[in-house]
Design a protein around this ligand. Structure first.
Ligand SMILES: Cc1cc2nc3c(=O)[nH]c(=O)nc-3n(C[C@H](O)[C@H](O)[C@H](O)COP(=O)(O)O)c2cc1C
Length: 195
């Protein structure tokens, strides 16, 4: 792929992870899907509290429609060829004292990124989504009030860009990032450094 260029050399898995929408429609083997969750499981979290939980539906299961129907139309238009949909949720309080866990969403984000990098290493697609009905998700998936709905993602086997609609083909591009000196400050907010 090698389209992205980093100023400092980083692990190619990190640089080459991206979010395609083209998926072939093939299902994943149970082993493949569980390997993705295994990667998420080993993420770090505050107090090792592991607030992340994942609710999944494979496209061949009766659960599929319930998760699929949470999505906005745009996301429905390309996830119909995904192998599985997954809702990431997180427990808002620590398990050991039931006090608010300030970083529950942050921790769950790192679990998602572990999973996305693992997917990249297996030549699978993992594509995050915010475009869903969060309230409906809580209701339809029986999510208890002490859990927050974080996001949903689609996983699947890579497909052909040409099989996407023209609008989606135009979006099937590898994105760049802000330069390092826009996102890091030395000592105090706003103090930029020369790279
Ligand atoms: C939490 C989250 C929510 C996202 N929501 C959507 C979405 O609803 N629909 C979509 O097509 N892409 C969505 N994306 C994909 C982002 O647009 C994409 O990750 C971003 O543009 C960076 O591109 P890259 O992942 O290819 O590096 C989401 C990604 C994340 C992490």
């Amino acid at each position: 792929m090698n389209v992205r260029k980093s100023k400092y050399s980083v692990n190619p898995l990190i640089l080459n992870r991206w979010s395609p929408r083209a998926m072939s429609g093939e299902l994943l083997a149970k082993e493949e899907l569980m390997t993705l969750f295994e990667a998420a499981r080993w993420a770090p979290s505050s107090y090792n509290n592991q607030p992340w939980r994942f609710i999944f539906a494979t496209r061949d299961s009766k659960d599929w429609d319930v998760l699929f129907n949470l999505l906005v139309d745009f996301n429905k238009s390309w996830t119909k060829t995904a192998a599985a949909l997954v809702v990431a949720i997180s427990r808002k309080n620590f398990e050991f004292n039931n006090k608010p866990a300030r970083t529950h969403s942050f921790d769950t984000g790192s679990a998602w990124e572990n999973l996305a990098i693992q997917a990249t290493s297996m030549n699978l697609v993992a594509h995050g989504m915010e475009g869903l009905d969060y309230e409906k998700a809580k209701k339809d998936l029986n999510i208890p009030d002490d859990y927050a709905v974080e996001m949903m993602f689609a996983v699947g086997k890579p497909g052909k860009k040409e099989d996407l609609s023209p609008e989606l083909q135009a979006k099937e591009v590898i994105s760049d990032r802000k330069p390092l000196n826009e996102i890091i400050f030395q000592g105090k907010f706003g103090n930029k450094i020369n790279l």
